[in-house]
Design a protein around this ligand. Structure first.
Ligand code: 1QQ
Length: 383
C-alpha cells in the first residue's frame, strides 16, 4: 500500500513538473487573482436601475460600464469582469441582488446602486460585509459617510445646486423663487434641502414650496399656486420622469420662467419627454460633452459609435467609476476586498473624463461643476 502511494506521488509530481515546463513556467498559469496575462483580475458587481420608470439612467450607466470594461480588456493591465444585476430602482430588490453579489466570493467590489434611496439601504450592508461599493449617480448628503467601504464619484447636490442657482440669479436677475420637490425619495429631498439653503444664502425670497410624489401625473394644483405668485425662477428637485412632465404642464399653463433642477433632471430623457417645454432648464454637472479635452472627445466619439448617442452624465460617471475600480485593483495588486478599499481611498488625481478625481476623507469626490441650460432642445454651457 505504502509503496503504491509513493509511486503514485512520484508519478504525480513528475506530471506536474512536466505540465509546468510545457506551459512555459509558472507565470503563465492563471491563479485566482491573476488573469492569463499576469494582470490582476476581479469581478465587479453592478446594481443598476435597468427596468421601470428610471430605466434610462440604468441604460446610460451600464453602457458607460461596458465601454470601460471593453477598453480595459483591450489595454490588458487589469482584467475586470462585470456582473450586472437589475434593481428596478427598488430598495428591496437592490438589497437582494447586492446580497447575492456579496455572497459571491469572486466579486471584489460593487458599482451602484443608481438611486440614493437604494444606496441608503444597500450601503450599510456592503460596508458591514467589507465590500467596497461605489455609487456613480448618488447625490444625496451623507452617502460616503455611511461607512469606510462606501465611495461615490458623483458630486453631491450641495456642490451642484448652489452653482446653478447662482448662475441663474446672475443671468435673470432673479429675486423671488418657488420651490417644488418630490417628498418620497432620498435624492429629491436632499435636492430640496440644498435648494432651500442656496435660496437663503443667496438672499432669494421663497414664495411657496410645493411637493409631489414619484409617479404623479398631474401637477396642475401645484403649478397654479406657483403661477399666481409670479416667481422669477422655479427650483425643482425631481427625477427625469416627473421633472419632464412638470415642465410640460408648466409651459402649457403659460409658466415660462427658467427651472433649476438637480442631478435627476440632468438627463437627455427630459428633452425626449418634454420636447420644447424642456427649454430653460438649468443644471450643474461635472460632465459636459463639448469639453475641450481630448480624453472627453475620444470617449464621446467611441460611445457614439458603440451606442448611437452621446454619453450623458450618468454614462460618464459610470465609465470613470469602473476605471477607478480598475485603478484600485491594479494598485492593490490582488483581488482582495480590503486591499481594494484602501487602494480606492488612496487614489489621488486620477484623470477621468469628469476631470481629475480624488476622494476626500469621507470618500466623497471633489469637483467643480459646469452650469448647463437647455436651449433649442440641447444642453449648452452657461458662461
Ligand atoms: C440620486 C440621484 C438620482 C438622480 C440618480 C439617478 O442623484 O438618487 O442620488
Amino acid at each position: 500500500m505504502k509503496l503504491n502511494f509513493r509511486m503514485f506521488a512520484t508519478i504525480a509530481s513528475l506530471f506536474v513538473l512536466f505540465m509546468l515546463a510545457a506551459c512555459g513556467g509558472s507565470n503563465d498559469t492563471a491563479s485566482d487573482a491573476s488573469g492569463e496575462s499576469g494582470a490582476v483580475s476581479g469581478k465587479i458587481g453592478v446594481v443598476s436601475f435597468m427596468t421601470g420608470s428610471g430605466a434610462a439612467y440604468g441604460e446610460a450607466i451600464t453602457n458607460g460600464l461596458e465601454l470601460a470594461e471593453k477598453e480595459l480588456d483591450e489595454a490588458g493591465e487589469v482584467d475586470v469582469e462585470l456582473v450586472i444585476e437589475d434593481s428596478a430602482g427598488e430598495p428591496d430588490q437592490a438589497l437582494s441582488v447586492t446580497q447575492k453579489l456579496i455572497n459571491s466570493e469572486d466579486v471584489v467590489g460593487i458599482i451602484g446602486p443608481t438611486l440614493s434611496t437604494e444606496m441608503e439601504v444597500v450601503g450599510p450592508v456592503a460596508d458591514q460585509n467589507g465590500v467596497p461599493i461605489m455609487g456613480t449617480s448618488n447625490t444625496a448628503e451623507g452617502i460616503p459617510q455611511i461607512g469606510e467601504y462606501v465611495f461615490r464619484d458623483s458630486i453631491p447636490e450641495t456642490q451642484a445646486i448652489p452653482a446653478s442657482v447662482e448662475k441663474a440669479i446672475e443671468e435673470y436677475d432673479a429675486k423671488k423663487v418657488a420651490i417644488m420637490y418630490g417628498n418620497d425619495d432620498v435624492f429629491t429631498k436632499a435636492g430640496y434641502d440644498a435648494m432651500k439653503d442656496a435660496a437663503e444664502d443667496l438672499g432669494l425670497e421663497e414664495l411657496t414650496t410645493q411637493t409631489f410624489q414619484i409617479g404623479q401625473s398631474d401637477y396642475k394644483a401645484q403649478l397654479s399656486k406657483i403661477k399666481q405668485m409670479e416667481p422669477d425662477l422655479i427650483l425643482c428637485s425631481a427625477l427625469y420622469n416627473e421633472g419632464a412632465v412638470i415642465m410640460k404642464q408648466a409651459r402649457s399653463m403659460g409658466i415660462d420662467v427658467p427651472f433649476v433642477g438637480g442631478n435627476g433632471f440632468n438627463s437627455p430623457e427630459v428633452i425626449e419627454i418634454a420636447g420644447d417645454a424642456a427649454d430653460g432648464l438649468i443644471v450643474a454637472t461635472p460632465w459636459f460633452t463639448k469639453k475641450d479635452d481630448q480624453k472627453v472627445q475620444d470617449f464621446v466619439s467611441t460611445y457614439k459609435d458603440e451606442f448611437g448617442k452621446e454619453p450623458d452624465q450618468f454614462a460618464a460617471q459610470a465609465y470613470d467609476g469602473l476605471y477607478l475600480m480598475a485603478e484600485g485593483l491594479k494598485n492593490a495588486g490582488e483581488a482582495d476586498r480590503d486591499e481594494l478599499r484602501d487602494a480606492i481611498a488612496e487614489i489621488d488625481g486620477f484623470e477621468g473624463v469628469l476631470g481629475d478625481i480624488s476622494f476626500d476623507e469621507d470618500g466623497d469626490v471633489v469637483m467643480d461643476p459646469t452650469v448647463l441650460i437647455i436651449e433649442d432642445g440641447e444642453f449648452k454651457e452657461m458662461k
